[in-house]
Design a protein around this ligand. Sequence first.
Ligand code: SF4
Length: 435
Amino acid sequence: MNDLAAVPVTLMRERVPTALPVLRERGQREVFCGLTSIVWLHRKMQDAFFLVVGSRTCAHLIQSAAGVMIFAEPRFGTAILTDRDLAGLADANEELDRICLTLLARRPDIGTLFLVGSCPSEVIKLDLAKAAERLNARLLPRVRVLNYSGSGIETTFTQGEDGALKALVPLLPASDAKQLLVVGCLADVVEDQLRRVFDALGIGSVAFLPARHARELPSIGAGTLVLPAQPFNGDTVRALAARGARQLSAPYPFGAEGTTAWLWAAATEFGIDRATFDRVTQPLADRAQRALSRYRTQLGGKRVFFMPDSQLELPLARFLHRELGMPLIEVGTPYLDRQMIAAELDLLPVDVQLSEGQDVERQLDRVRQAKPDLTVCGLGLANPLEAEGLATKWSIELLFTPIHGYDQAGDLAEIFARPLHRRALLASASEATCN
Ligand code: SF4
């Protein structure tokens, strides 16, 4: 394992980029669709409602992924396309307008309504951009209607967030004032922690996209420095760049090292000197290192295989390898967006096998052959692999749990340690039974 304390951030950024070979596969894939992002987006944007225009399958997916909402007034729902809609026997546009107006009359707390496209709405070519335009003509300024696609034909699950955030970009007011814009959905607790660190560093002008209320839109312009907090929001970042903003390249804020490097990328742009930076961040980084230290013995040397799913795979592989000493067998990702991931590629070991896309059967063959200690994969693959005796971690949990920043470094390590711990307990229990 690398000695992280001995790797100053400045040196990490000076490393020569490595041209890591990538195995590209185009076959059957096992990845959730973009609708899944609604589960964490609706928790963040408290005045937004996500209306999926889809089938009963889409409704079941969202409800089972976010099942805890049965006790509350949910801020998502599905306008179900029936057989008559799908066969073109009913005017789906008329029906959709009626459902939206009924919903908004019942829920005056909704300030922004996202119409979310699905596979069925795309198949019948239901034009949700037109529907949003039509509804806006009736509803603005009280309610704003936006649309994006969460269809499994075009998106994997974290791309739903990218679609929703990109839909907000044209609405951002213009301003050339210097500011930092953190892009990516973060739990409120993480946002508060990061804001405190930026304040302590002296970076006062910081905005987050998405904000806690979809109506609170940050401004955008030539003075905006975009610091992505999630690697899967490439289209949003490019849309912000088209409006004059500049993207900062940094590793993502996972673990002590990633968080330090991420904060440093912003600090240097705001003229913060190294001594001030260290004074603010070192105690936090030290605390994160202490939280991580107990996981190094548990996880160090354990071989990990990432199946492509969340697009978080590369930053997390970097974290597990560099901060916890886990050898990487293969790191798969649905898409390798080099613009978003450049700083991470520089920090991966030169012999790592990267793969982009998926041919699931071939990849499963590689998993079986490698027999990893831990496989990070989607829900659909986890149970069969567990049944074959392999320990797995559901990648979706990494989106539902706060994992960014110094204070969450230990929790992030715990997510990967838990399946190994459980497997060890089961093994010792069955040994005890046999004896
Ligand atoms: S893959 Fe398509 S049909 Fe299935 S839940 Fe997602 S959007 Fe709906």
